[in-house]
Design a protein around this ligand. Structure first.
Ligand code: NDP
Length: 314
């Protein structure tokens, strides 16, 4: 147990599949971890509908229900959960110092970072105006609301390709807005997009504005080659231009790549600071799956346990 008030052996930041899995393993190792779950716990799966590719659920399961299972399993073995964000940290101190959103200070021998990633937005003011009234960053979550209606998808990576083909099953026309003259998506996904007759690709196209009244009615786009602006009537506008890892508070302390993904040492969850481990989407821009996040959460707990033992703290 902890040596003094607010001094923990393991603090886990974040409550997606990686955080909860780290918690299950750390708790079963007798480390009674303290998890900061954030104000909206559960991570990206809370805005997902059915998860069909997580092993062990042959019939599929709703994302929020699955995260509820993860939470119960973590708590069953003694994980304590605080529904606050960690807003500041000093990871170079011994023990490491973390401050939560209420200003309370905590100390930890080891920290597991599983803060995940969030969808990126274009940054247009009108995007905010139509948030939940036509603009979305998740076709699987919100596509249902646009059945039978025209929609647009922005992006040219695998996510955009996947969202466009998903929406093409529900909507008469999907306008795929690509800012260059080629797609970044895998060849297979590009073929699938091109072979779907109701996906219309608009090359060299950027969005200028979302327009409408109570709900989204149309978008204004520009062809970056001809500079000609035009309007496309759509009810749904799906932004699929990638994700941003939630690693802002670790800048200047932990090694990260140019897009903010934490760098872990080959085949481990070790960061550049001893006793600080990273798991899940905060350090993974390639796989980004619930099952891979859970796997690295397990690794982080084992790495933390071994580090504590090697340093006489377990
Ligand atoms: P990516 O970073 O791969 O692609 C982002 C796309 O958005 C790019 O085409 C980019 O254009 C475009 N974009 C970025 N900013 C803007 C902007 N402001 N306006 C218009 N377009 C913009 O992100 P993804 O989320 O698609 O994929 C992330 C990773 O996850 C990849 O490694 C991908 O392969 C993987 N993934 C795999 C899947 C699968 O295998 N089933 C499914 C989904 C993702 P540009 O090309 O011009 O830079």
């Amino acid at each position: 147990m902890s040596q003094q008030p607010n001094h923990e052996k393991v603090i886990i930041i974040g409550s997606g599949p990686s955080g909860y899995t780290a918690a299950i393993y750390a708790a079963r190792a007798g480390l009674t971890p303290l998890m900061f779950a954030g104000i909206l716990p559960g991570g990206q799966l809370m805005i997902t509908t059915e998860v069909e590719n997580y092993p062990g659920y042959p019939e599929g399961i709703m994302g929020p229900e699955m995260m509820e299972h993860f939470r119960k399993q973590a708590e069953r073995f003694g994980t304590r959960i605080v529904y606050e964000m960690i807003t500041a940290c000093d990871l170079s101190s011994t023990p490491k110092k973390l401050t939560d959103g209420s200003g309370k200070v905590f100390y930890a021998d080891t920290v597991i970072i599983s803060t995940g990633a969030d969808a990126k937005w274009l940054g247009l003011p009108s995007e905010q105006t139509f948030m939940n009234r036509g603009a979305s960053a998740c076709a699987v979550c919100d596509g249902f609301f646009f059945r039978g209606k025209e929609v647009a998808v922005v992006g040219a990576g695998d996510t955009a390709a996947e969202e466009a083909t998903y929406l093409a099953k529900l909507c008469p026309t999907v306008h795929l807005l690509v800012r260059r003259d080629e797609m970044r998506a895998s060849k297979f996904m590009q073929e699938r997009v091109k072979n779907t007759p109701n996906i219309k690709i608009h090359w060299f196209t950027e969005t200028v504005e979302l327009m409408g009244g109570e709900k989204l009615e149309k978008i204004r786009v520009i062809n970056t080659q001809t500079k000609i602006e035009s309007e496309i009537p759509v009810s749904g506008f799906f932004v699929a231009i990638g994700h941003k890892p939630n690693t802002e508070i670790f800048k200047g302390q932990l090694d990260m790549d140019e897009t903010g993904y934490l760098i872990t040492k080959n085949g481990t969850t070790n960061t550049n600071i001893e006793g600080v481990f990273a798991a899940g989407d905060a350090q993974d821009k390639t796989y980004r799956q619930a099952v891979t996040a859970a796997g690295t959460g397990c690794m982080a707990a084992l790495d933390a346990e071994r580090w504590l033992a090697a340093n006489g703290l377990h």
